[in-house]
Design a binder for this molecule. Structure first.
Ligand code: G3I
Length: 318
């Protein structure tokens, strides 16, 4: 069975993967697997559409890498997600260290959102317009936008995004919101407040960077709590990391965990799809961030399917 084929048979829009330009340019086998739309029906740019990549100097926009990924998706008949426009990380210093006043930073942020989303108008299914706005305790994270503009930076970013591409689904994307807790409650409260004030919001992205054996037991319930607000949800950055070295027992647990996550999305009508944050351990962000951990993805470093792949198939078939 093929992962995107079974996802669509389950009524989902896609099973997809994040990807990045260096890997596409240097690894033909990697690119060929990613281009198989029976396996992957959707792509997310791991870095190519972020602020430091798209507007490295004020008013100077570079879309080369993002355009290459969109062109690949279109050639393959794959849906694109956009990631991301407003986030406290991967900002060029002209934004993060500028000392811009409130009015100037609003204008800078609106121009960035309008230009990037406008450039891709009609080509993106869903945009992570605002990325990782919360701290784990549910307060709004300190970043240059919150500190300078205040909480309304979220409203202004979403409004600029809607104006730039009225047909794109507008998402807020975050981690540690995949189970009940203060951060998930804060997301419910934010989205409910946005909707009550008529601010455009269409989706909540559950990043889903999980630890082996620690999938939240309330994952499906939390998805349902989000969709009850009248928005869709997506699993946007799934990976399930283990403490190395890998063993058969750990791979079997990982298979179970992948099935658990995918089953939750399958069971929730308004969960539109599942994206892994790179399909292969060869290019995962995990080992460089968490020392001694890795092997988080459903294909191994030799680009061979792991037991986790069977968990994905089973999850869409449940
Ligand atoms: O572009 C530079 C390159 O010029 C330089 O030579 C190289 C040397 O280290 O670094 C390159 O930048 C790296 C960048 O990826 C592009 O490859 C950064 O060091 C590296 O930190 C960055 O990591 C990315 C990370 O976001 C940074 O925030 C990961 O690839 C990417 O997978 C990760 O993705 C995030 C999502 O956007 C949001 N949710 C969490 C997720 C995992 O951290």
């Amino acid at each position: 069975a093929r992962s995107n084929t079974v996802a669509q048979a389950a009524g989902k829009l896609y099973f997809g993967s994040a990807t990045d330009n260096p890997f596409l340019n240097e690894d033909a086998t990697y690119k060929a697997i990613l281009s198989d739309n029976t396996l992957f029906g959707q792509l997310s740019p791991e870095n190519a559409m972020k602020w430091d990549a798209t507007e490295p100097e004020q008013g100077v926009f570079t879309f080369t890498n993002g355009d290459a990924i969109v062109a690949l998706a279109q050639a393959n008949g794959q849906i694109m997600r956009g990631h991301n426009t407003v986030w406290g990380s991967q900002l060029p210093s002209w934004v993060s260290d500028s000392g811009f006043d409130n009015a100037t930073l609003i204008s800078v942020m609106q121009n960035h959102v309008s230009t990037v989303i406008g450039h891709y108008k009609g080509q993106i299914d869903g945009w992570d317009v605002v990325n990782e706005p919360f701290n784990d305790d549910g307060t709004l994270a300190s970043n240059v936008f919150f500190e300078t503009i205040g909480p309304t930076y979220i409203d202004l970013a979403l409004q600029a995004a809607r104006a730039a591409d009225p047909n794109a689904k507008l998402y807020i994307n975050d981690f540690n919101i995949e189970g009940e807790g203060a951060k998930a409650t804060a997301m419910v409260n934010l989205v409910s407040d946005l909707k009550s004030r008529g601010i455009p919001i269409d989706g909540i992205g559950l990043e889903s960077h999980f630890i082996l054996g620690e999938i939240p037991t309330t994952l499906q319930a939390q998805m349902e709590a989000f969709t009850a607000l009248g928005v869709e949800v997506a699993v946007t950055e799934l990976d399930i990391r283990m403490t190395l070295p890998e063993t058969d027992a750990l791979l079997a647990q990982q298979q179970t965990d992948y099935q658990t996550v995918v089953s939750a999305c399958t069971a929730v009508a308004d969960c539109v799809g599942v994206t892994v944050w790179e399909y292969t351990d060869k290019y995962s962000w995990v080992p460089s961030t968490f020392a001694g951990q890795g092997d988080a993805d459903p294909w191994d470093e030799n680009l061979e399917m792991k037991p986790a792949y069977d968990g994905i198939i089973a999850g869409f078939s449940s």
